[in-house]
Design a protein around this ligand. Structure first.
Ligand code: GAL
Length: 439
């Protein structure tokens, strides 16, 4: 069933009505930091400014990370300002208001993001924006906000949808237990136009409110992949979540990678799937798992939004976040399309499998073809990249073709490599290469 969803989606040509913004905002995947995965609701100016200062001092700003995003729980919980109707920043958490924090972030040469929901309350139960989109967009603009993450909680009954429409998280149609996706999009008639759904409408109202501001605010849709967002997200926002929430463990990361791998055909300049924010540095992820997580999020042209306490981040994980080859692929000025699977490996091609997603991926870039090979198994295994199998590498003489190769993790120039590469890969690790000219 799910395989046929994916194949149908692949047959549809992406529309070209992407949301093009001033100054290139949203053209490339956003790079930044967000408070949620690190701190959940316990957010305040100290933590935000610690992150902002670390982005500068750790050199993350120098390699392109620019957004510092405040997630849920930043405001007073039970009331708006009774005169202006505006959301009121929590004076204990943000003593100088969001505007005061935003000014400090801007003074570091960074940008600032805020969070709301297309419902009556945010997921944490704080005031949200449905029905007051223009007021909230204007308020955010007046505070100097550069990025809005717009969530999907507390949707009033007159705004719910007949169909949910998302790819279930589990294997073979089984629904994942977090409840964010209980129905898949086969429940809607095949001809149903998801851009007419109430979900799409709710997100367009905020889009229009943001576009009406005299400030460019990147618009990040967070509706967990519902209402087949990949088909209308591009005309609505700069990025769109395609799954439920990430957690800092390998099974969930593999599961999200699997889901995202079937939904990449609408991604290009100006519009990006968001498989949720990075968990690098969190939970019990091994070095190998952190490496694979970053490699596939960058290769899929996802927003790369760091979600950890940067002042505690070990050096080897910082190196992953600063990987020059993967960041260059993510931010490539010439090729907007993501890397995609060319071979599933452990499973037959096109298998939807939460534990063993596609293992062999490739994508074009100015620096050559990025080729990744993942070991989804729980033990060390060989992974073999064969040039003649890799899309975009023009091979003529199966055995004799050779290419210039660079290892993306070590930076080592492997010289002119014939046929391909066969490596032992640790459990959940990824090998990656930039394959250049024929030699
Ligand atoms: C979820 C969202 C998370 C986080 C959280 C805040 O819906 O997916 O990323 O923003 O709400 O309550």
């Amino acid at each position: 069933m799910l395989v046929s969803i994916a194949l149908t989606a692949l047959a549809v040509l992406p529309s070209t009505n992407a949301l093009v913004r001033k100054d290139g905002v949203g053209k490339l995947p956003a790079l930044g930091w967000n408070s949620w995965n690190a701190f959940n609701c316990a957010v305040d100016e100290d933590k935000i400014m610690t992150a902002a200062n670390e982005i500068v001092s750790l050199g993350l700003k120098d390699v392109g990370y620019s957004y510092v995003n405040i997630d849920d729980c930043w405001s007073i919980k039970d009331a708006r300002d009774n005169v202006t109707g505006q959301i009121v920043p929590d004076p204990v958490k943000f003593p100088s208001g969001i505007k005061g924090t935003a000014d400090k972030i801007h003074a570091l040469g960074l940008k600032v993001g805020i969070y709301s929901s297309a419902g009556t309350e945010t997921c944490g139960g704080y005031p949200a924006s449905i029905g007051v989109e223009e007021l909230d967009a204007a308020t955010f603009a007046s505070w100097g906000i550069d990025y809005l993450k717009y969530d999907n909680c507390y949707v009033p009954s007159n705004w719910t949808d007949q169909y949910v429409g998302c790819v279930p998280d589990g294997t073979n149609g089984q629904v994942y237990a977090n409840g964010t996706c209980s129905i898949d999009n086969t429940t809607a008639p095949a001809t149903y136009d998801w851009s007419t759904s109430n979900t799409a409408k709710r997100y367009r109202i905020m889009r229009d409110a943001l576009l009406a501001q005299n400030r460019t605010i990147l618009y990040s849709l967070c509706e967990w992949g519902q209402a087949d967002v990949i088909t209308w997200g591009n005309a609505t926002g700069n990025s769109w979540r395609v799954t439920g929430d990430i957690t800092p463990d390998w099974p969930r990361i593999a599961q999200i990678l699997n889901e995202n791998s079937f939904q990449l055909n609408y991604v290009d300049f100006w519009g990006h799937n968001d498989p949720d924010m990075l968990e690098i540095g969190n939970g019990d992820l091994t070095l190998e798992e952190n490496r694979s997580h970053f490699a596939f999020w960058a290769a899929a042209k996802s927003p790369l939004i760091i979600g950890t306490a940067l002042d505690l981040l070990p050096a080897d994980l910082l190196d992953i976040l600063k990987n020059e080859y993967l960041l260059a692929f993510s931010q490539d000025a010439t090729f907007g399309k993501p890397a995609t699977p060319y071979k599933w490996g452990t499973n037959p091609d096109w298998t939807f499998n939460a534990s063993n997603p596609a293992e062999y991926w490739s994508g074009q870039s100015e620096n050559g073809t990025l080729v990744l090979a993942l070991n989804t198994l729980d033990d060390t295994a060989q992974r073999e990249i064969i040039w003649s199998e890799v899309p975009h590498l023009e091979t003529k003489h199966y055995q004799r073709d050779a290419f210039e190769v660079t290892d993306i993790w070590t930076g080592e120039d492997l010289g002119c490599v014939p046929y391909g590469l066969n490596k032992s890969v640790n459990s959940h690790d990824t090998i990656g290469f930039l394959v250049g000219n024929r030699c």
